[in-house]
Design a binder for this molecule. Structure first.
Ligand code: PMP
Length: 394
């Protein structure tokens, strides 16, 4: 018998395979109520990010078909190698105009945008100051950059300023970057953007904001929190996504022309990936028109969110500091959040439980994600069900 076929080489117990950790880790997750499984949406949608219901809007669907008929199915390559259609540039100009900025650059998703931009802007020796509750794609982008990360307490400007003051850059060429979500994806609260602009200027830092959950929902023309607070021109870059309120797919960053040029040359997730296909681009163009032309959708959405929060809070339910269409229902343990989600499913509602590691331990919750196209009556019944489960002591 050769040593290669010996079952117990290097002291490994014979029954262990190199993959045995897979089964062990899955079992550990299940034991801690932390296991996640894919579920097809069923029932009234209170969990997707299709906030304005645009994924089924006739104009968006028409835009998709028209683009496919004109340009075909795939883009054919990366932007720098044959995949740069006139439609990409038209979409970028449209998005830059929506956001009141000089330029825009498309990415294939928000995840790829954050990872590509952060790793292009920062490197070893640089500093990135990041809100503790920023989206995972921001965290991963900073890790990839190898910059030093300072994770400041959630929306705590004193903590951020303390870090900026205590840790001057080691060399004159070292860069500093502050990065934040504008609407936080799991808490539904809003970053203090004016203060962030002030601190960025004061301490010589670039400022990057992620408007994934704000675009289409906040601001007079739906351009996001930067627009609502009048600071669009004061942030270095603003990322937006097209798979949430726009109802389609993809992402973009708005910035000045020089920064766009820099990213085309340095953001690896942009350079080395096939560009978005015509169908997606046609859908985005139409969605921007709907966002500009039908402001009543976002007004209705935010009114509903305010009403839902009020009712839940009156019943004694903690909705944190939500000010948006994302309303957390804080329940504590993983098992309780799961039970609530099941209880709502029995009544015909799709509301997902969110557990660690997505949220901190002890803050497992339902993530109520409101949607302008859900019937008023259904929403009322969903809120009643949550309050009933809460009062029954589930
Ligand atoms: N940023 C934030 C704040 C998000 O919530 C998300 C998606 N949940 C992303 C980025 C990633 O966007 P995408 O889904 O387009 O990859």
């Amino acid at each position: 018998m050769s040593i290669f076929s010996h079952p117990n080489v290097a002291g490994t117990p014979a029954q262990d395979s190199p993959e045995s950790f897979v089964r062990e880790r899955l079992a550990a997750l299940k034991a801690a109520d932390g296991h996640r499984a894919l579920k097809t949406p069923r029932g009234v949608d209170l969990s997707s990010n299709d906030y304005l219901g645009l994924s089924r809007h006739p104009a968006v669907i028409k835009g998709i078909f028209e683009a496919v008929e004109k340009y075909g199915a795939g883009s054919g390559g990366s932007r720098l190698l044959g995949g740069n259609l006139p439609l990409h540039e038209e979409v970028e100009e449209t998005l830059a105009r929506l956001k009141g900025r000089e330029a825009a650059l498309l990415f294939n998703s928000g995840y790829q945008g954050n990872v590509g931009i952060l790793s292009a802007l920062a490197g070893p020796g640089d500093q990135v100051f990041s809100d503790k509750l920023n989206h995972a794609s921001i965290v991963d982008g900073i890790r990839l950059s190898k910059a030093r990360i300072f994770a400041y307490r959630h929306c705590d400007m004193n903590d951020l300023e303390g870090d900026l003051k205590r840790h001057p850059t080691r060399s004159r060429s070292a860069k500093r970057l502050i990065v934040t979500d504008t609407v936080f994806s799991m808490d539904g609260d809003i970053a203090p953007l004016k203060d962030l602009v002030f601190l960025a200027k004061r301490y010589g830092a670039m400022l990057m904001v992620d408007e994934a959950h704000a675009t289409g929902v906040f601001g007079p023309t739906g351009a996001g929190i930067s627009e609502m607070l009048g600071v669009s021109g004061d942030v270095t870059l603003a990322l937006g996504t097209c798979g949430k309120a726009m109802g389609v797919f993809g992402a973009y960053v708005v910035c000045d022309k020089e920064m766009r040029d820099y990213l085309i040359n340095h953001a690896r997730s942009f350079i080395f990936s096939t560009s978005l296909p015509p169908a997606v681009l046609g859908g985005i163009l139409a969605a921007v028109d709907v966002i500009k032309g039908e402001p009543e959708r976002r007004e209705r959405l935010l009114e509903r969110a305010a009403g839902v929060r009020e009712e839940l809070q009156e019943a004694g339910i903690d909705t944190l500091k939500s000010e948006s269409q994302i309303v957390p229902v804080i329940l504590g343990s993983e098992s309780r959040a799961l039970e609530f989600s099941r209880g709502l499913a029995e009544e015909g509602f799709d509301v997902r439980a969110v557990r660690p590691p997505t949220v901190p331990k002890g803050t497992s919750r339902l993530r109520l994600s409101l949607n302008a196209s859900v019937a008023e009556e259904d929403l009322r019944r969903a809120v009643e069900t949550i309050i009933r489960l809460y009062k029954e002591g589930v």
